[in-house]
Ligand binder design. Structure first.
Ligand SMILES: [Fe+2]
Length: 295
């Protein structure tokens, strides 16, 4: 088994690349750092690659890139995956700053890319719009979340942080409570893309900014139970749900096995668990515009 440590970036296919570039640079607040053959690379304001956009027939998350320990011997990454029966493809220079990677598919056909070494691609830059700290997590609607939990644990070394009953699993690959989620849905489709903001003040500035552009929130603001993050959600022009969050739970020490104590926790210590019933600490219920993603 290999152990990924960090979600790096995601590749989205879209019928209208420029419309997505406009959203991510003018509203979300990323910087464009490169274009080649219709592909566009977008980074956070500190210059970390966050999103790659490719032209496609439909809007979808096609690829997700994870980083293992940069000191890992690249041959060991390949061997670790092959030991789990995974057929991998090796490629070079697929994204700026990433010289080598291996890729393979998860059970729904999303290509997972794993790399070790990376150099920063951009410089600190002023950005327009919101300006997140990083790409925080991705969530997917699937038929059977348990199947995906098993795959991501066995193949990539993810740990399970929380379940909501038996229909929503939150998984971590580093200190953050979740970097990937699977929720049972009627279709297999991405559920949302989440960006981390600096603090609650930036969340409220983002709400004002979105409101000024007449972009409606589909849920929030509120504070979730699982992960305890402050959240808001809206939809972008590709009808993708975008979450903006802050104050996500962190497990700084895996051996201790609990999340850093916070005043809003009801369990002391706050350990991974199965949640039942309404779980938000505060906030409004989700709107039908939000809930339709699982239909
Ligand atoms: Fe989320």
């Amino acid at each position: 088994m290999i152990k990924v440590k960090r979600l790096s970036h995601a590749t989205f296919e879209t019928p209208d690349v420029q419309r997505q570039v406009d959203y991510f640079t003018q509203v979300c607040g990323l910087q464009e750092t490169g274009r080649e053959n219709g592909t566009v690379f977008l980074a956070t304001k500190v210059g970390d690659l966050a999103i790659r956009l490719d032209r496609g027939n439909e809007s979808k998350c096609a690829r997700i890139a994870f980083q293992v320990d940069p000191a890992t011997d690249f041959a060991d990454v390949r061997k670790g995956l092959e030991a789990e029966g995974i057929k991998v493809k090796e490629s070079s220079d697929v994204a700026p700053g990433i010289p080598r990677q291996v890729s393979f598919e998860d059970p729904k056909g999303t290509v997972l890319e794993v790399f070790a070494g990376q150099t920063p691609i951009g410089k600190n830059a002023e950005v327009k719009g919101i300006g997140p700290l990083k790409l925080g997590h991705l969530a997917f609607c699937v038929d059977d979340p348990k199947k995906y939990e098993a795959f991501y644990a066995k193949v990539l070394g993810f740990r399970t942080s929380d379940w909501i009953e038996d229909w929503f699993v939150f998984m971590r690959c580093g200190p953050d409570h979740h970097t990937i989620n699977f929720v049972r849905g009627k279709r297999t489709i991405m559920h949302h893309i989440a960006f981390e903001l600096k603090d609650a003040a930036q969340i409220f500035s983002a709400c004002d900014f979105l409101g000024g552009r007449n972009i409606k929130l589909t849920w929030g603001p509120g504070r979730h139970g699982p992960g305890h993050n402050i959240y808001t959600y809206h939809r972008n022009p590709d009808d993708q749900i975008i979450e903006l969050f802050t104050e996500l739970d962190k497990m700084l020490d895996e051996e201790l096995g609990y999340f850093e104590p916070r005043p809003w926790h009801r369990d002391r210590p706050q350990k991974p668990k199965v949640w039942h019933g309404p779980s938000d600490v505060w906030g409004p219920p989700p709107t039908p515009e939000h809930l339709r993603q699982r239909d």
